[in-house]
Design a binder for this molecule. Structure first.
Ligand code: NAD
Length: 256
């Protein structure tokens, strides 16, 4: 039961972030949604969550590639008991062709935003005497794939930062952990299915099983609800002594 707690979820107008926000709201937390856009649809998403789960839900625009905007998001929210660092982007290219601006953007959004948001949130957690930092890393925070240099570097960085955050808060009622999803069924991943099928001349079912889920032994996608449920668990009293570690939700990927 997270009633009275305020959760800020970065990059939460779609996909995993939205799923995590919904599950935290279902558990009773007030939620702050975020992305870099400021559309009616963004604010409507927050309204809908507030109405569905009877919590306070707000949308605050902030670009997670900008350090000041990261810190301003936390300040503007006014409270932060639970921080979910989720915003992330991807770019796929061999190292020698990897555009510098893509490298910089991925490091900034996927990794540095976690540092800036955490730095702004920890004083609020200390003041409240309780806090949870939940970083959405990836199986790529623990293992690598070719052509994803910036993403793999950033996600390994997030796992490292998670450990440091945990050590600096170890004697307080604050924990910091990283969730490491394998492939999760999000609109973005689903959109890749038809193209992948066409590229390999396979049915969509085959493309999912043989190409997209090649490294996921369960041959099933994780769901955003499962990632959200894992975040809720990390916010529960059962997880009070779980800190500085990773929880894989990857259908066995990292067991390979
Ligand atoms: P997504 O594209 O649906 O969500 C990304 C979110 O980040 C969106 O809400 C987007 O608006 C936001 N975002 C992007 N750039 C931003 C910026 N500059 N400022 C603020 N917000 C920004 O993708 P997703 O799959 O839900 O990914 C969410 C997180 O989960 C990412 O960190 C991703 O690396 C991680 N992840 C995803 C998978 C997967 O299979 N989908 C697996 C492992 C890890």
């Amino acid at each position: 039961e997270l009633k009275g707690k305020t959760a800020i979820i970065t990059g939460s107008n779609s996909g995993i972030g939205l799923g995590v926000a919904r599950e935290l709201a279902r558990a009773g937390a007030d939620v702050v949604l975020n992305s870099f856009t400021d559309n009616d649809e963004d604010h409507r998403l927050a309204q809908e969550i507030g109405a569905e789960f009877n919590v306070t839900a707000r949308y605050i625009q902030a670009d997670m590639s900008n350090p000041e905007a990261c810190r301003a998001l936390i300040e503007q929210a006014g409270a932060c008991d639970i921080l979910v660092n989720n915003a992330g982007i991807q770019h796929v290219s061999p190292i020698e062709d990897f555009p510098t601006e893509k490298w910089d953007a991925i490091i900034a959004i996927n990794m540095s935003s976690t540092f800036h948001c955490t730095a702004a949130a920890l004083p609020m957690m200390r003041k409240a005497g309780w806090g949870r930092v939940v970083n959405i890393a990836s199986a790529h925070g623990l293992t690598a794939s070719p052509f994803k240099s910036a993403y793999v570097a950033a996600k390994h960085g997030v796992v490292g930062l998670t450990k440091v955050t945990a050590l600096e808060t170890a004697q307080e009622l604050i924990t910091a952990n990283a969730i490491c999803p394998g492939y999760v069924k999000t609109p973005l991943v689903e959109a890749q299915v038809p193209d992948t099928a066409k590229k390999y001349d396979m049915t969509e079912e085959e493309a999912v099983q043989k190409v997209i889920l090649e490294r996921q032994p369960s041959k099933e996608f994780a769901t955003v609800e499962q990632i959200g449920g894992t975040a809720v668990f990390l916010c529960s009293a059962a997880a009070d002594q779980i800190t500085g570690t990773t929880i894989s939700v990857d259908g066995g990927w990292t067991a390979l």
